[in-house]
Design a binder for this molecule. Structure first.
Ligand code: MTE
Ligand code: MO
Length: 419
């Protein structure tokens, strides 16, 4: 990707980085530039390049670079909390190039506020109590490549998901401070990204959630991820985070939230975007728009994050001793929690219960581990299947086909050979 030209207004008249630019850089880096006072004139630290891959693990998979869509192979999602270097990227447009923390504001407006109100970042930090939650974000298109017939869009395999730790204020506290009318139905976000056409009058994406989700304790206006300033690509300096729902509801580069007296009708909220047929359809059948519903809570799902698929294990010394393979991963279930997690080594004929930990907090993914016993040399697949607290399990192969290829929560499987 070409480096962007640094904008002149980052520097003062003498050509030194302005204090405000420095503050922005520090926030984006998540750390201090120790010898900032020694920076040569007109010198831009490398870290200021807005290459979204700059801080990323080199084994992440770029599905598209205009806009950036990058997924994480399952074995790189092994961390309990997903670090920034391994969190998937899903941009619908072009990231904003300049973030000025000192002038950034959040405006709450819309038909259903008593009076619109604008906050600076420091207003938010000073006037409201901060909270930190681990929140699972999964792109609704994650798993799209598993559908047959194939549907249009980025062909995500399993890696459009992650669970980072987000810090910010509760949206409900801010909405209470603004004051809502009784007819509030939905909120919609607006972010500072630019449409791919670079036409500033065109909206990239403006989605939202119904009030019941907006007012949950865990729905945050976040400025930090994993204890550091949110990286630019993940929505600096302020992001809406609504864990457990399609991650498209978690608006990046947030500058406005509208409280609506009807279902929000922003870009990618209408038509068939982030919607699935109300009634099951035959694969390949695309019903009319009025037969679709908005995707809300994401379905139960899990990943095997260790070992990496393709593992070769040496056979055991004695012929009648099975080989043990340690397995682990995560499971999540949208607004629900995961009640049970099973694995199978015989293509689903029998299932073994795994050790499943409770979530750190509501909407965080849960960690599981198990020991698989493989009876003799040969090829095996390990399948993993989570069951949510309502008793709903993941489908073993392909779930209900839908025209946009959303919410594929089929079981994850890996190949293991004993030789
Ligand atoms: N402003 C803005 N917010 C956005 C998007 C975007 O393109 N612009 N993409 C959405 C989608 S579709 C997803 S899946 C998540 C991806 O978040 P991440 O890139 O931090 O992983 O951000 C959501 N928020
Ligand atoms: Mo998404």
């Amino acid at each position: 990707m070409a480096l962007r030209t640094p904008s002149d207004n980052l520097f003062d008249r003498r050509g030194f980085l302005k204090k405000s630019s420095l503050a922005t850089l520090t926030a984006l880096l998540g750390t201090e530039i120790v010898f900032a006072d020694k920076l040569p004139q007109h010198y831009l630290p490398l870290a200021f390049d807005v290459d979204p891959m700059a801080g990323k693990n080199k084994d992440l998979i770029v599905l598209s670079d205009k806009p950036w869509n990058v997924e994480t192979p399952p074995h790189l999602l092994d961390d309990a909390i997903t670090p920034a270097s391994k969190l998937f990227i899903r941009n619908n447009g072009l990231m904003p190039e300049k973030i000025d923390l000192s002038t950034w504001t959040l405006t709450i407006n819309g038909e259903s506020v008593r009076q619109s109100k604008t906050y600076t970042l420091s207003d938010l930090k000073k006037n409201f109590k901060p909270y930190t939650y681990q929140l699972t974000l999964e792109c609704a298109g994650n798993g799209r490549s598993g559908y047959y017939p194939q549907t249009a869009g980025n062909q995500w395999t399993t890696g459009g998901v992650g669970c980072a730790e987000w810090t910010g204020v509760r949206l409900k506290d801010v909405l209470a401070d603004v004051g809502l009318k009784d007819d509030a139905v939905y909120i919609g976000y607006y972010g500072k990204d630019l449409h791919l056409s670079q036409d500033p009058t065109k909206a990239v994406i403006s989605r939202g959630v119904p009030m019941r989700k907006a007012l949950e304790n865990e729905t945050l206006l976040a400025w930090a991820m994993n204890g550091q300033a949110i990286p630019l690509v993940h929505g600096a300096p302020l992001r809406l985070v609504a864990g457990g729902w399609p991650a498209s509801a978690s608006g990046k580069w947030l500058h406005t939230i509208a409280v609506r007296n009807k279902v929000h009708d922003g870009a990618k909220m209408t038509g068939k975007s982030y919607r699935v047929p109300i009634n099951p359809v035959e694969p390949g059948v695309d019903p009319p728009e009025d037969q679709f519903r908005i995707i809300e809570s994401m379905p139960v799902k899990s990943l095997i994050t260790f070992p990496q698929t393709g593992l070769l294990v040496p056979k055991s010394q004695s012929a009648d001793e099975p080989v043990s393979v340690n397995l682990r991963g995560h499971a999540w279930a949208g607004d629900r929690s995961v009640r049970e997690m099973h694995i199978s080594t015989d293509f689903g004929a029998t299932w073994q219960r795994t050790d499943l930990k409770p979530p750190k907090n509501r909407l965080a993914w849960q960690h599981w581990s198990a020991v698989a016993k493989l009876p003799r040399p040969g090829y095996y697949e390990i399948w993993a299947r989570a069951t949510d607290d309502a008793g709903v399990s993941q489908p073993m192969v392909m779930p209900q086909w839908n025209p946009e290829g959303y919410i594929n929560n089929a079981c994850h499987r890996i190949a293991v050979k004993v030789a």
